[in-house]
Write a protein that binds this ligand. Structure first.
Ligand SMILES: Cc1cc2nc3c(=O)[nH]c(=O)nc-3n(C[C@H](O)[C@H](O)[C@H](O)COP(=O)(O)O)c2cc1C
Length: 472
């Protein structure tokens, strides 16, 4: 367990202590301004926004905006991250239930007419968004028959002081709601805002049947997650969350939701969708509001690394030579996959492409590169794709396949898939000897540099003394 990633707060302190934390000036605007600042600093630092719009509750963003930070929070090496996620998904760790007195998220309780969501500092992200959206809410709901809980992040629109719109794509939460609705029942839900990094990551896992993402969070953390029963239902939620919103997805009720700028950076239009009636809001005495802006790097990576782990695991079943996989940020961490592969036999890279393109409808472009290519380095992947690839021989195109319905270039989801074999042909390796400087890998660059007066004097020696200014 990495203690620094125990809660959102410990992680913020850790980022601060390691030079990856900025504090914006007080009072930035929740409408667009906070998002623009957050975008500018993402990948380098988290940003805290004190008194946004003059309110009391600070906003924080960018806390997982770099791929390496995920491994760091998990307490593993970067190359171990995907294996760690696959293992945690296979073997969850039971949660640890604590009493409400021991749960910071229950320090302050608002119920009934005291509920007022407009007091939360909920930012507005994109120009044409329908308004403020909660974008980091981890939604818990339970299977009414088995009690097994599901956890997933959803875009949640602020409709009024006690009502929230929600988008549920046809996955687990939507299925639970359909089942409750078919019996004429509302579905109790709880929304946790501001949790530890591994619990945010666990919310993106497709858990095995009967397993619970809150327990996958425990396995990712290497220590059970502390949970507490909610005030108004049987649901268990992260006890250390900054804020918890409790309510019910109303059966057979719909309200207009959207438009909203989605992860793909295109707007999804307004439509009638289910909504949540809020019954209680509980929070820490001095809560911090966590936001994960749509199409920010952390939004893309949160969904991306979990998908990478499951895709690599499944790909290796048919392609044991595949050693690593990335869903690129440019491909919205959904649509474009790059695989590193040790090719043993001719044609094997193309088989790998066919397998990968079929593993998930969202994967639209796939590239296979050799083991010597750094798949985290976009420039190296493009270099391999130009110098080891011939379009007429190394391309796989499959027309009329099921793709992503929200990719606007598809015909309502029907589209083409493209595979590029950018590996060196095994019968022509001699033509692909890569040039490099033998010291490139063992040189300690910093120790070979001069600084201060010595560097200045070397510069003077090289360029001569500055000429006297000439004047008239
Ligand atoms: C920041 C963020 C926002 C998301 N928004 C939505 C959303 O609005 N609707 C949705 O269905 N999934 C959304 N997702 C994806 C789901 O949270 C994710 O696919 C999850 O694993 C689904 O879980 P489930 O299959 O248990 O329902 C979002 C993910 C992230 C990281």
């Amino acid at each position: 367990m990495n203690q620094a990633a125990d809660t959102l707060r410990t992680w913020l302190v850790h980022l601060h202590d390691t030079g990856r934390f900025h504090v914006a000036r007080e009072g930035l605007g929740l409408r667009f301004e906070v998002a623009a600042m957050s975008d500018a600093l993402q990948g380098q630092s988290a940003t805290l926004f004190p008194r946004p719009d003059g309110g009391d509750v600070p906003v924080v963003s960018g806390v997982l905006s770099n791929r390496r930070w995920f491994a760091e929070a998990a307490g593993v090496e970067p190359h171990e991250l995907l294996g760690h996620i696959a293992q945690a998904t296979e073997a969850p760790t039971p949660w640890l239930e604590v009493s409400p007195d021991e749960a910071p998220t229950r320090e302050v309780v608002h119920e009934g007419s005291d509920v007022d969501l407009t007091r939360l500092p909920i930012p507005t992200r994109s120009e044409l968004d329908a308004g403020p959206y909660i974008d980091s809410g981890l939604v818990s709901a339970a299977d009414p028959d088995t009690g097994a809980q599901n956890l997933s992040i959803h875009r949640i629109q602020l409709h009024s002081k006690d009502r929230l719109g929600i988008l549920m794509l046809p996955r687990d939460l939507a299925a639970l709601f359909r089942a409750a609705e078919s019996r004429g029942h509302d579905l109790p839900v709880a929304i946790s805002i501001g949790v530890d990094p591994m619990t945010e990551l666990a919310s993106q896992v497709v858990a095995r049947r009967g397993a619970q993402e809150l327990e996958v969070a425990g396995a990712l953390r290497g220590e059970p997650l502390r949970v507490v029963r909610t005030n108004t239902s049987e649901l268990r939620v992260p006890a250390d969350a900054e804020i918890t919103i409790e309510g019910r997805l109303r059966a057979h009720r719909r309200a207009l939701e959207g438009p909203y700028g989605e992860f793909s950076r295109y707007y999804q239009p307004r439509a009638l969708r289910p909504y949540i009636q809020v019954d209680a809001v509980t929070h820490r005495r001095d809560p911090i509001y966590r936001t994960i802006f749509s199409y920010s790097v952390e939004h893309l990576l949160l969904g991306g690394v979990v998908r990478e782990a499951s895709l690599l695991d499944r790909l290796q079943a048919s392609t044991p030579g595949a050693t690593d996989l990335r869903l690129t940020i440019g491909g919205s961490c959904r649509y474009r996959a790059v695989v590193k592969m040790q090719v043993q036999n001719r044609g094997e890279a193309k088989n790998c492409l066919l397998a990968l393109l079929g593993l998930h409808a969202d994967i639209k472009h796939a590239v296979v590169v050799d083991e010597d290519v750094d798949i985290d380095d976009h420039t190296q992947v493009v270099w391999a794709t130009t110098t080891r690839y011939q379009a007429d021989q190394d391309t796989v195109i499959v027309a009329n396949t099921l793709g992503s319905a929200i990719d606007p270039s598809t015909d309502d989801g029907l589209g083409a898939k493209l595979g590029m074999d950018a590996t060196v042909p095994s019968d022509r390796r001699g033509r692909f000897t890569v040039a490099f400087s033998p010291h490139a890998y063992d040189l300690d660059v910093r120790r070979q540099l001069q600084s201060g007066a010595a560097a200045e004097s070397a510069l003077r020696d090289a360029v001569g003394e500055p000429a006297e200014p000439t004047g008239t």
